[in-house]
Design a protein around this ligand. Sequence first.
Ligand SMILES: [Zn+2]
Length: 102
Amino acid sequence: MENKLLRKVFLAFMRIHILYHAKEEPFFGLWMIEELQSHGYSISAGTLYPILHKMEADKLLKTEEKTIKGKVRKYYSLTQKGQKVLNEAQQKTKELFNEIIE
Ligand SMILES: [Zn+2]
């Protein structure tokens, strides 16, 4: 079991990761779960979906339904507000990285 602080930090990392990918290309929930897992985060749909919904409610992400190969899915992409938040998070991440990673 992860410790409380790490869990908070990882949840924040995941949110930044989500913003980043929303900028790159619209994604759907299941894709993001697999993406985060490939980066070593174990996250379930039950954890991810509330995060996505909250980020949408906060106007960081917007959604669009698309049908691809007969599957209707909700695709998430970045809003202007999300872009601003991502820019700031990127600056701070870079700053932190330069300080703590040798
Ligand atoms: Zn990624």
